[in-house]
Design a protein around this ligand. Structure first.
Ligand SMILES: [Fe+2]
Length: 335
């Protein structure tokens, strides 16, 4: 009697390096996403995970009054200096189930640069990053602040930021609520793979990391975002989302790691870094730093740039260099 296992075709080894698993320029999936995004953008409303909302947040409406108040209090210069004092945070992260080939994998998490809001930010941070070796750059949205900024300019700012890095596998990005659909093509021309409810993978030594990237759930949520998380191909799964608002569907779909931003950690915080405004519709308790949702570990970046009034208090802007480490199932959550 032949052994069925012996005659079964061996599953092909994952391709090496960074490559797409679904979607991409010119595909039907990308065209469907673009039609939905264009419709949501044209609606003039925020489409949140809890349904449509009126556009324009408290910070937008209150920014001019806040600027005057800070100027009168003599705090505006200090706030602007704080907003330029970017911190490069490093973290070793033990993850149960991480394929051995990715033990030591270095992932740079960059979120919310809002480039044009702080002139020269990309160049000054690039000088800090010059020569740094990373395997992958994960970009979680809000490359620009104002909708009317030429997307080619935002893409060039991103190129300037990343110019001195030594990047092994490549760059993956998702859009934020400040990013128009028109930003996708300039980013991809600049060599960044955008995931718009799509999947990609990095293969190494016959093993792979699978990335699910969704469209922004703060203003452009559609059912396609949780569907993309739910249909993530097999592998060690990592979710890239602009906000922490899809942590539940990502964890349920078996993602082990979730990287996001959007909140800027509060940007203007009480002493101790406690945020006053999170800009989240759900999951407000995941507004900053490292967290755990079920078996999934997440990170909400404080962001590289600043929104609206470009000032920060008790909440320094940050980039995060994460080194992935294989861990046993019994290891506890990150502290
Ligand atoms: Fe942002």
């Amino acid at each position: 009697m032949p052994d069925p296992a012996a005659s079964a075709p061996a599953s092909p080894a994952p391709a090496e390096g960074l490559h797409r698993l679904s979607g991409g320029a010119g595909t039907p999936a990308r065209r469907r996403w673009r039609e939905t995004r264009d419709r949501l953008e044209a609606s003039g409303r925020r489409h949140t995970v809890r349904g449509p909302r009126r556009s324009g947040g408290l910070l937008y409406r209150g920014a001019p009054a806040m600027a005057r108040a800070l100027w009168l209090a003599g705090l505006r210069d200090r706030g602007e200096r704080n907003a330029r004092a970017v911190v490069l945070e490093e973290r070793s992260l033990e993850l149960p189930g991480l394929p051995a080939a990715f033990d030591g994998y270095r992932l740079l998490h960059v979120s919310d640069p809002h480039f044009e809001n702080i002139p020269g930010l990309a160049e000054s941070v690039a000088r800090r990053l010059d020569g740094l070796a990373v395997d992958l750059v994960a970009l979680t949205g809000d490359f620009q602040h104002h909708w009317w900024v030429d997307p080619e300019v935002s893409a060039r700012d991103l190129e300037a930021l990343l110019a001195g890095l030594r990047i092994g596998d490549g760059c993956l990005a998702v859009l934020g609520n400040h990013d128009g659909a028109h930003l996708v093509e300039p980013l991809e021309t600049a060599g960044v793979q955008v995931l718009a409810n799509e999947h990609a993978a990095v293969g190494r030594g016959g093993q792979r990391l699978v990335f699910t990237g969704t469209d922004d759930p703060a203003c452009f949520f559609s059912a396609a975002a949780p569907a993309a998380l739910a249909s993530a191909p097999a592998g060690f799964r990592v979710a890239l989302v602009h906000t922490p608002e899809l942590a539940g569907p990502a964890a349920e779909a078996g993602h082990a790691l979730y990287l996001c931003g959007h909140t800027h950690g509060g940007q203007i915080c009480l002493p101790g870094g406690r945020p006053v405004i999170t800009q989240l519709t759900v999951n407000r308790h995941l507004a900053r730093g490292w967290w755990r949702h079920g078996a999934m570990v997440g990170h909400t970046s404080r962001g590289l740039g600043s929104a609206n009034l470009a000032v920060r208090f008790n909440c320094p802007p940050a980039l995060t260099l994460v080194t992935l480490r294989a861990a046993s199932e019994g290891d506890g959550p990150p502290q």
